[in-house]
Design a protein around this ligand. Structure first.
Ligand code: 0O2
Length: 206
């Protein structure tokens, strides 16, 4: 089974996951600073809320197996980009890009990859901006660069993604025929809501 790994691999995995937690802690602090200071400077907080998680060892090993990759620390570093994950939920679409820009400008944040599912939604309607970033974590005897996946979205996008995630897992394989079309239509409704709320916000600020 997943946990039938050599003890050395599991021990090293424990140490490795600790480092991912440190990277998440650092980025959460950076995001909280941006939220508070931007609010002070512009009387608008671009972040509605933040969540984070470090993937469980079992889930990491399962994902490696699904991808047909031999388990090991190097394999995880190279192939699993969402061991550490942060979700940034913003009030308005422009906030999403503003927060991404402010984070990307920081000297110690290296943006490895950007996937803009807002500009180009997934076929099922999923919208979000995904950043894979790498940041240095200073340990007692060395510095390690750690990758973190940051999912950035509006409240409307988050609502759709959270509910879709539930429905998708529940109905896996036996979904009614109009299911995909309904989900897609709901995503369009969420996008419409985003445009209308953004328009109201911009009118108020003028
Ligand atoms: P979970 O259960 O959220 O952890 P990868 O699969 O990560 O190797 P990929 O497919 O290029 O690589 O990554 P992508 O497209 O950036 O998506 C990664 C994550 O985005 C997913 O993680 C989900 O959290 C989220 N996501 C992507 N597409 C959808 C979607 O259609 N609906 C919802 N609700 N979330 C989505 P996991 O590990 O697949 O899932």
């Amino acid at each position: 089974d997943d946990l039938d790994q050599p003890p050395a691999v599991l021990r090293e995995l424990g140490r490795e996951l600790m480092v991912y937690k440190f990277a998440v802690d650092e980025l959460m602090t950076k995001l909280r600073i941006l939220s508070e200071e931007f609010d002070f400077a512009h009387q608008h907080d671009p972040i509605e809320h933040l969540t984070s998680r470090v993937k469980q060892p079992e889930a990491i090993l399962r994902k490696l197996r699904r991808k047909g990759i031999e388990p090991g620390i190097e394999a995880i570093r190279e192939h699993i980009e969402d061991v550490a994950g942060i979700r940034v939920v913003c009030p308005f679409v422009p906030d999403v890009y503003e927060v991404a820009r402010m984070l990307g400008r920081q000297d110690d944040v290296e943006v490895v990859r950007t996937k803009d599912y807002i500009a180009e939604p997934k076929p099922n309607g999923y919208r979000s901006l995904h950043l894979i970033v790498r940041i240095p974590v200073f340990l007692s005897d060395r510095v390690v660069k750690v990758k973190v996946e940051i999912q950035m979205r509006t409240i409307a996008m988050d609502f759709w993604a959270a509910v879709e995630h539930k429905l998708f897992y529940k109905y896996d394989g036996e979904a009614p025929e109009d299911f995909a079309a309904e989900l897609h239509a709901a995503a369009a409704t969420a996008a419409d809501l985003d445009s209308r709320m953004t328009a109201l916000h911009q009118r108020l600020r003028r």
